[in-house]
Design a protein around this ligand. Structure first.
Ligand code: NAD
Ligand code: TDX
Length: 337
C-alpha cells in the first residue's frame, strides 16, 4: 500500500506546494484537511490526480472529524503533516482570536488524535517563534535559540510548538517539528508582502513598504520547504526540531526594488506606509543541522530567478488572485498600510 499523508492546510500557500511536491516526487496518497478560510483555495489543488489527492473541507479543531481522518492512517509510513494555521501577522494584530483557536486548539486536537491512534506527526512552524535579530547580529537562529515571539501570530505558533514537545515527552507521540523562514512562490495570498507588491504593480499601484523598508527576511522557495519536510518525514529523528532556511537574507527595500526592476519601473516608484506595530527587524536561519544530518540542500539558489518565475505565475493566473485583491487592499487602507 502506498504511503498515506494527512496534510492539514493543504489548500493554502505552502501546504498546496507540499501536496504538489508529494504527488510529483513520490507515489504517496494525500488527504487534505482544510477549512477553506479566506486563505484556502480549492483551485490550488487543481490538476492533481483525483485518485491520489482528496480534499476534506473541515476544521482541525473538530475533534470528531480529526479522529476519523487520523484513525484511517494505518500504514507504517503514514503521517500527519500539519500546515493549517492562521498565518498572517497583520491579521493577528487586528483580531488575535482565530489564531488561538486554530493554531493552539487545532494543534492540540491533532496531537490528541495522533496519540490515540499512534500516528507519526510532523508540525510545520516558523522562525518567528525566536523573535528577531539585530541587523549586525553575527549568530543566526539555531535549534538552541530561546523562544521569544513578538506578535499574537508568532506567540500562537510558539505555543503550538510547545504542545508538540510536551506530547512527545509526556505521551511518547512520534513527532518532529520544523521552523522555516519566509517562503515565496506561486499561490501565496495577496495579503503577503511579495504577492501584494507584484499584484499592485500589475494593477498600476505603487508597492507599499512598511517603515523604512530595512527589515530583513530570509527567503526560501516553497518547493525547497517541501523537499525539506519530506526529508524530515523520511529521515528526521523523532522528538527533534529542524530549522529550514536557504541563506536568502534580503531587506524589504531590496526586494521591492527587484520587483520594480522586473516591471521596468524606477527604483523609487514605491510608497512608505505606516509601519507594523512590534515589527520584527530581522530573521535569519542557520540550517546546518538539516543539511548535515539529513543531507538536504535547496534547489532554488538564485532568488532573482525564483522571483521572476513567481511574477510570471501571478501574471498568468490572475483568475486565482483577483477575487481576493480588492478586499485585501480595503483592509490595508483602514490601517494606513
Ligand atoms: P496560508 O494562510 O496560505 O494557508 C493556511 C491554510 O490553512 C489555508 O488553506 C486555510 O484554509 C487553512 N486553515 C486555516 N484555519 C484552518 C482550520 N481551523 N482548519 C483547517 N484548515 C485551516 O498559510 P501558509 O503561508 O501556507 O502557511 C502554512 C504553514 O506554514 C503555517 O503553519 C505557517 O505558520 C507556516 N509557515 C509559513 C511561512 C510563510 O512564509 N508563509 C514560513 C514558515 C512557516
Ligand atoms: O505590504 C507590505 N509591506 C511590507 O513592507 C507587507 C504585507 C509586508 N511588508 C513587510 C513586513 C515584513 O517585514 O514585508 C515583510 C514580510 O511581510 P509578510 O509577508 O507579512 O511576512 P512576515 O510577517 O515576515 O511573516 C511570514 O513569514 C513567516 C509569514 O506570513 C508567516 O506565516 C511566517 O511564519
Amino acid at each position: 500500500m502506498p504511503r498515506h499523508l494527512l496534510v492539514t492546510g493543504g489548500a493554502g500557500f505552502i501546504g498546496s506546494a507540499f501536496v504538489h511536491h508529494v504527488v510529483t516526487t513520490t507515489d504517496a496518497h494525500v488527504t487534505v484537511l482544510d477549512k477553506l478560510t479566506y486563505a484556502g483555495h480549492r483551485e490550488s489543488l487543481a490538476g492533481l490526480p483525483e485518485e491520489r489527492v482528496r480534499l476534506v473541507v473541515g476544521d482541525v479543531a473538530d475533534q470528531g472529524l480529526v479522529d476519523e481522518l487520523v484513525g484511517s492512517l494505518t500504514g507504517e509510513d503514514d503521517a500527519i503533516v500539519h500546515y493549517a494555521a492562521e498565518s498572517h501577522n497583520d491579521n493577528s494584530l487586528n483580531d488575535p482570536s482565530p489564531f488561538l483557536t486554530t493554531n493552539l486548539i487545532g494543534t492540540f486536537t491533532l496531537l490528541e488524535a495522533a496519540r490515540r491512534h499512534d500516528v507519526r506527526f510532523h508540525h510545520i512552524s516558523t522562525d518567528e517563534v525566536y523573535g528577531d535579530l539585530e541587523l549586525d547580529d553575527p549568530v543566526r537562529f539555531t535549534e538552541h535559540t530561546a523562544y521569544n515571539p513578538s506578535s499574537p501570530y508568532s506567540a500562537s505558533k510558539a505555543g503550538s510548538d510547545m504542545l508538540v514537545r510536551a506530547w512527545v515527552r509526556s505521551f511518547g507521540v512520534q513527532a518532529t517539528i520544523s521552523n522555516c523562514s519566509n517562503n515565496y512562490g506561486p499561490r501565496q495570498h495577496v495579503e503577503k508582502f511579495i504577492p501584494r507588491q507584484i499584484t499592485n504593480l500589475i494593477d498600476g499601484i505603487r508597492p507599499r513598504l512598511y517603515g523604512a523598508g530595512l527589515n530583513v527576511r530570509d527567503w526560501i522557495h516553497a518547493d525547497d520547504h517541501s523537499s525539506a519536510v519530506l526529508a524530515i518525514l523520511d529521515r528526521g529523528r523523532i522528538g527533534e526540531t529542524y530549522l529550514i532556511g536557504a541563506d536568502g537574507e534580503k531587506n524589504n527595500l531590496e526586494v521591492v526594488q527587484m520587483i520594480l526592476e522586473a516591471f521596468g519601473r524606477p527604483a523609487d516608484d514605491f510608497d512608505h506606509v505606516t509601519d507594523r506595530p512590534g515589527h520584527d527587524l530581522r530573521y535569519a536561519i542557520d540550517s546546518t543541522k538539516l543539511r548535515e544530518e539529513l543531507g538536504w540542500t535547496p534547489s532554488f539558489q538564485d532568488f532573482e530567478a525564483g522571483l521572476a518565475a513567481t511574477i510570471d505565475w501571478y501574471r498568468e493566473n490572475e483568475a486565482w488572485w483577483r477575487p481576493q485583491k480588492a478586499e485585501t487592499e480595503a483592509k490595508y487602507a483602514k490601517t494606513g498600510q
